[in-house]
Design a protein around this ligand. Structure first.
Ligand code: NAD
Length: 309
């Protein structure tokens, strides 16, 4: 699966959700009380593509010590006509790619066309995927990055080098002061970007907050932006907007599903001064879309393993 294949699948899914053709089912996420793990299911159905299934997995914080990724997941796809299991697809790489595709879709539709400087906040596993996908959307001329532990920034620097772009490790003040597009991809539980730091005209993609309690930016930034999201219910409950929503600083009705912009039913950015904020919470339908595309690709290439059920 290439990042470009994922981009198409995710963009179409957001469009399908906005047309009410696709629906995410309620998310289940539980603390296991074992290995400090969080485990759950994300599921849904897209009547247009007939993608039906679930992603099962979660977060095992001690995995890194075992040489494994902390996020682990598997996607199960079912035949929408019969309910039979159609495929089982490893979800780790696909989750990284679909999350990167979501912020890339937001940049395509919401960032200023003349955006030149890209800022990345966070340098964990997910960060290089976000960087690579973002670089496809605008002719960025420079990459700025910040991480709590700066030594981890080398992984982002190497992607910038590979793409022939200048890279700088900077303070959050400098990053927000220069970047036209800012992507946050941390697992923080308190605002990393303080009130007043984000400049007018910025497109901010908040991608790290996918759980109740997590937070990457001050609620004033959310309240002062035009907020777009993958799914409004998730945005106000587990997404970046949860805090501004709880504090009564933003109405759910003011949050715009990005799919309506993809469909052409909303203009997206309205001026060069507007701050647009994409609250990427991560929906099950994204997983099903990229897993279905991967299965189609594997069948076409003869690399899928067929099992007689
Ligand atoms: P990771 O554990 O590899 O990296 C975490 C990053 O967050 C590191 O850069 C770390 O320095 C930073 N961080 C942690 N606490 C911080 C704090 N208090 N202040 C500032 N920075 C802090 O995780 P990852 O795989 O890169 O994922 C990053 C985040 O994205 C996680 O919260 C994850 O749950 C989330 N995520 C969201 C989606 C989605 O669809 N929205 C999908 C995948 C992952």
């Amino acid at each position: 699966m290439s990042a470009a294949d994922c981009f198409v699948a995710v963009e179409q899914t957001f469009a399908s959700m906005a047309k009410q053709s696709a629906r995410n089912f309620p998310v289940i996420r539980e603390a296991l009380g074992h290995a400090d793990a969080l485990y759950g299911f994300k599921s849904g159905f897209d009547r247009e593509s007939l993608a039906l299934g679930l992603k099962s997995g979660g977060y095992w914080p001690n995995n890194a010590q075992k040489g494994l990724t902390n996020h682990q997941s598997t996607v199960f796809l079912f035949d929408a006509d019969t309910g039979r299991c159609r495929a089982i697809v490893g979800g780790n790489l696909l989750t990284a790619l679909r999350t990167a595709a979501a912020s890339a879709v937001s940049i395509k539709h919401l960032a200023r066309p003349d955006s030149k400087v890209l800022g990345i906040v966070g340098a964990g596993h997910q960060s290089t995927f976000q960087l690579r996908a973002a670089l496809e959307q605008r002719p960025f001329e420079k990459v700025l990055a910040w991480n709590k532990t700066p030594e981890k920034l080398e992984r982002l620097a190497s992607v910038a080098r590979e793409k022939g772009l200048p890279f700088q490790s900077v303070s959050l003040e400098q990053l927000c002061g220069e970047a036209d597009v800012v992507i946050t991809i941390t697992s923080s539980f308190s605002p990393v970007i303080a009130e007043g730091l984000i400049r007018p005209g910025t497109h901010l993609a908040c991608m790290g907050t996918d759980t109740k309690g997590k937070q990457e930016v001050a609620p004033e930034i959310v309240a002062g932006s035009t907020v777009f999201t993958d799914e409004v219910v998730q945005s106000t409950s587990i997404g970046e907007a949860q805090h501004a929503f709880r504090l009564g600083m933003i109405d759910a009705a003011a949050i715009i599903p990005i799919g309506v912009v993809v469909n052409g039913d909303h203009p997206g950015r309205r001026s060069a001064e507007e701050i647009t904020l994409f609250d990427g919470t991560g929906v099950g339908l994204q997983d099903l879309a990229v897993a279905s595309a991967a299965v189609d690709l594997a069948l076409a290439r003869g690399t899928a393993i067929e099992v007689d059920a």
